[in-house]
Design a protein around this ligand. Structure first.
Ligand code: PLP
Length: 339
């Protein structure tokens, strides 16, 4: 079999050999009783590393965001988020379905931010006609873009001045930190709660972390149980997840390097209109008459996988080497010449 280079997402990353070894030898217990030493170790390590009181290991980023929304908001409350926010667009409307929480989506600017003036205008007055605005939810990175630290500080101040809590969907916050050559704790310092995916660029097989104060994590733990997300000998997963935090964060630099290499190589080709890559995601518009589906099918035979759309997204990760990027671009050129 030829080596496969899968550019669809960083969710396809294989757990590292060290993760598999840690899983095989992990000490475990029943996490429902708080008895799993590996889960406890991961949660303590994460809380400490990111500067929060408490952390909760959960099944997915979707679950982490839902728990945060349900812990911050009651039935009939609302959260403000971006129109492009994952926790508005891509989580099945879970906050509305399961939490009776109304989203108030606002336009994302080209850099991924939401104008502070838009946020301020959208906060509902205390009037029986309106849902009560309780939470501002931001995302970083968003569409591979990094929100500036100064913007986060301003958003925090705005939320505070209006009595709102502020949540970060930080599925890829490690990428945001590494791109700015700072720590994750520096990026998340502005937030009351944060969700972080360990199963994307950080290579863990399963799981996300939710961060918050003790009260928020207690509430979230209750909702997690109700949603069927309580796990028992979850230390098997937590052992790999801990290595995501200790061994994989700095490595993301390589993914970013590979993404900018890919962006530069594609930018030399007339068939692509490329956005510059800030982290590990490259967006490019396909502007050839050749059917992109045909090109994708041709490349798939050679082990290069991507989603064929007019607006293309390529994601770099631990299982894509520099050789993989160069080979991919060569194969693209050949497929285009062949027509
Ligand atoms: C992937 C992702 C999630 C959801 O994580 P899952 O583990 O797939 O449920 C949430 N937010 C953002 C920004 C993501 O990229």
């Amino acid at each position: 079999m030829t080596t496969k280079f899968d550019f669809r997402s960083d969710t396809v990353t294989q757990p590292t050999p060290a993760m598999r070894a840690a899983m095989a030898s992990a000490e475990v217990g029943d996490d429902f009783y708080g008895d799993d030493p590996s889960v406890n170790d991961l949660q303590d390590h994460a809380a400490d590393m990111f500067g929060f009181d408490s952390a909760l290991f959960v099944t997915s980023g979707t679950q982490a965001n839902l728990l945060a929304l349900m812990a911050h908001c009651d039935r009939g409350d609302e959260y403000i988020c971006g129109q492009q926010a994952h926790n508005y667009q891509f989580e099945g409307g879970g906050a509305a379905v399961l939490g009776s929480i109304q989203p108030q989506p606002l336009t994302n600017q080209a850099d991924g931010s939401i104008l502070l003036s838009d946020i301020e205008q959208a906060i509902k007055p205390n009037d029986i006609h309106f849902a009560q605005t309780k939470l501002l939810s931001l995302e970083n990175t968003i569409g591979g873009k990094v929100l500036p630290q100064a913007y986060l500080a301003q958003a925090q101040a705005l939320a505070f001045n209006h009595g709102l809590k502020i949540h970060l969907d930080g599925a890829r916050v490690a990428n945001a930190a590494v791109a700015q050559q700072t720590s994750i704790s520096d990026v998340v310092q502005y937030f009351d709660s944060v969700s972080i995916c360990l199963s994307k660029g950080l290579c863990a097989p399963v799981g996300s972390i939710l961060l918050g104060d003790e009260k928020l994590i207690q509430k979230a733990t209750r909702w997690r149980k109700m949603l069927g997300g309580g796990m028992r000998q979850a230390g098997i997963l937590a052992a790999a997840a801990k290595l995501a935090l200790t061994d994989q964060v700095q490595r993301l630099e390589q993914d970013h390097h590979h993404a900018s290499l890919l962006a530069n190589l594609l930018a030399e080709m007339p068939e692509f209109n490329v956005d510059s890559a800030q982290t590990n995601i490259v967006f490019a518009h396909w502007q050839s008459d050749l059917a992109i589906e045909q090109v994708a099918a041709d490349l798939a035979k050679q082990g290069y996988v991507f989603i064929p759309e007019q607006h293309l997204r390529f994601v770099t990760h631990n299982d894509i080497s520099e050789q993989g990027v160069i080979g991919f671009v060569d194969a693209l050129k050949q497929a285009i010449v062949k027509g």
